[in-house]
Design a protein around this ligand. Structure first.
Ligand SMILES: [Cu+2]
Length: 107
C-alpha cells in the first residue's frame, strides 16, 4: 500500500544526494551542483531559450532517464546544437526550474 510518506522520503533522498555531490566535489574543484550528463537534443526552441532533451539518469537531480524541456542559462548555448545531436550537458535545479548551464555536442 502506498503511504503519504514516500514523496517526502524521495525529496529527502534527493537532498541527501545533492549534499553528497557538494561534499565530494569540494575536493575536486568541480561545480557543486552539476555533473556531466549524456543526452540527445529532440527540439530546439531558440525564441524561448529552451530545448527538449532526452537524457540518461541524473542522480544529483533525482531524475530517471526521461525526455523533458530545459531552459538554458545563456541563449548562446543553443547556437551550436540542433535536433538529433548527441550532447553532454550539465543542469541545475534553481528553485524547481531546471536550467542547462553547459551544453556541448559529444565528440
Ligand atoms: Cu529530466
Amino acid at each position: 500500500m502506498l503511504t503519504p510518506i514516500s514523496p517526502i522520503l524521495r525529496r529527502a533522498l534527493a537532498l541527501t544526494s545533492l549534499a553528497c555531490t557538494a561534499f565530494i566535489t569540494l575536493g575536486t574543484a568541480v561545480s557543486a551542483h552539476a555533473e556531466p550528463v549524456k543526452g540527445e537534443v529532440i527540439k530546439v526552441m531558440a525564441s524561448q531559450q529552451k530545448l527538449t532533451l532526452r537524457h540518461e539518469a541524473i542522480p544529483s537531480l533525482d531524475m530517471p532517464p526521461m525526455t523533458m524541456n530545459y531552459r538554458v542559462a545563456k541563449p548562446e548555448l543553443l547556437s551550436s546544437v540542433k535536433a538529433g545531436d548527441k550532447v553532454i550537458f550539465e543542469a541545475e535545479d534553481r528553485q524547481g526550474n531546471f536550467i542547462v548551464t553547459q551544453l556541448k555536442v559529444q565528440p
